[in-house]
Design a protein. Structure first.
Length: 424
């Protein structure tokens, strides 16, 4: 897999800013010695909107960036709710029509944080309007939509625009450091990849029917919500593509109480007595083969009681192994198999040193980071890409490739786990 790293090279490395003055023709300069601004407009303001707001609000205060992100406007359908979100998260203006946000002169970058059924329409319109785009994962609800988004991004790139999909877990310092170890050859030829992403917020059968449980809005269930992260991490860390999969999926609770109103984040209030069909998977289990012949296994579920946000990765190679657990996200476990067996074993690396990816902007060694910092790092990397005119990673093309894997998983599951090639 061709790795398209951020404008800073490997995530967390410092980037030059000699091209910052030329990047983003609509960016506003504000005087000698002061970096130009990058006006950001965000569509959607719930769970992901809050996380992205934190990233945009903080990135320029932590890292020395060649452009200064400005929270220009946020869009949502409910006037009172979007105004409250703007005030809470620091957005200067609120819009009730995403098209009005895209058309604003003070917005040079559009951040799409809506349910998947609107990703393609908003992102393509923003790109065609001359804006840079960040779009939450999964990129779209179908391969066809993702292909249209890639085509729009490629056309926009010729005009100097950039487009990135938001796989934020790439920006965990321990994950970025794991990628560095693998590219340095510390694991040698790779043999096994295991990724599990387990949550439990759907265990209760009376949990209401939010948009994430309806195919027309979410595209898929745990597969797209969690499995997309698992697939992206496996391919990003190994530098290889999945070439085929064999899968099973299951929906354990097929009807749930309908919502009394609009859902917020992962929750919502149920209406009395009304039920609706769950039209997505609750869990997905699949195996895969990487291009080199290495074997991979994946599990994604929102029905694992006691597991809140348990994303775990283990990679085994001829020279060593590494393991990561999101619930201990400042740590990386590493085993060097070239050491004498009498003293060899997994060691715990606390990834908080200033030499580790992204840590140059944060706290003294040993002072831990958290989930929200991944969105700060995401904003940092995208600003650097805009400023340097470099294609950011993961690109829309990377998001399309993940979408193709998800489609192959669903096809395999429909055929009772028949091995299904992933189109390349």
């Amino acid at each position: 897999m061709e790795q398209r790293e951020s404008a800073a090279g490997e995530p967390g490395e410092a980037a030059g800013s000699e091209e910052a003055g030329e990047a983003g023709s609509a960016a506003r300069g504000s005087g000698a010695g002061v970096p130009p601004t990058l006006g950001v407009g965000m569509v959607g303001y719930a769970f992901m909107g809050a996380a992205h707001s934190q990233g945009w609000r903080t990135a320029g205060r932590v890292f020395d960036l060649p452009m200064r992100p400005v929270l220009a406007a946020v869009a949502g359908r409910d006037p009172a709710a979007v105004r409250a979100a703007a005030d809470r998260h620091g957005w200067a203006a609120a819009e009730t029509d995403w098209r009005a946000l895209v058309a604003r002169d003070d917005v040079q970058l559009v951040d799409v944080c809506t349910p998947g059924d609107s990703h393609a329409e908003i992102a393509v319109a923003a790109l065609e309007a001359g804006k840079h785009v960040l779009c939450e994962k999964p990129l779209a609800n179908s391969v066809a939509e993702a292909e249209a988004m890639v085509a729009a991004a490629e056309a926009a790139a010729a005009r100097g625009q950039v487009a990135m999909v938001g796989f934020n877990y790439r920006r965990v310092p321990a994950i970025a450091y794991a990628r560095r170890l693998i590219t340095q050859g510390r694991l040698g030829a790779l043999r096994h990849v295991r990724v599990t992403y387990l949550q439990d917020w759907l265990v209760d059968p009376d949990f209401p029917l939010t948009w994430r449980l309806e195919r027309e809005h979410a595209g898929s269930g745990a597969l797209g919500d969690l499995g997309a992260h698992a697939v992206d991490l496996a391919q990003h860390l190994t530098g290889e593509l999945l070439v085929g999969v064999s899968a099973l999926t299951e929906t354990f609770v097929r009807e749930r109480p309908r919502l009394a109103g609009v859902s917020a984040g992962l929750s919502g209030a149920a209406a009395d007595g009304a039920y609706g069909a769950v039209t997505v998977d609750d869990a997905a289990l699949f195996t895969g083969r990487l291009a080199s012949g290495a074997l991979a296994s994946f599990e994604a579920t929102r029905m694992a009681a006691g597991r809140k946000n348990a994303l775990r990765v283990e990679i085994n190679g001829e020279k060593g192994s590494l393991a990561f657990d999101l619930e201990r996200l400042n740590e990386l476990s590493f085993h060097d198999h070239t050491e004498p067996a009498v003293s060899a074993g997994f060691r715990r690396i606390l990834v908080t040193e200033p030499q580790h990816p992204y840590l140059e902007g944060w706290w003294p060694p040993g002072h831990a980071l958290g989930y929200e910092h991944t969105f700060v790092h995401q904003a940092r990397d995208l600003v650097l890409a805009v400023a340097s005119g470099t294609s950011p990673a993961p690109s829309f093309a990377d998001g399309l490739q993940v979408q193709r894997v998800l489609a192959a998983v669903e096809e395999s599951a429909q055929k009772n786990a028949v091995y299904t090639p992933v189109p390349q």
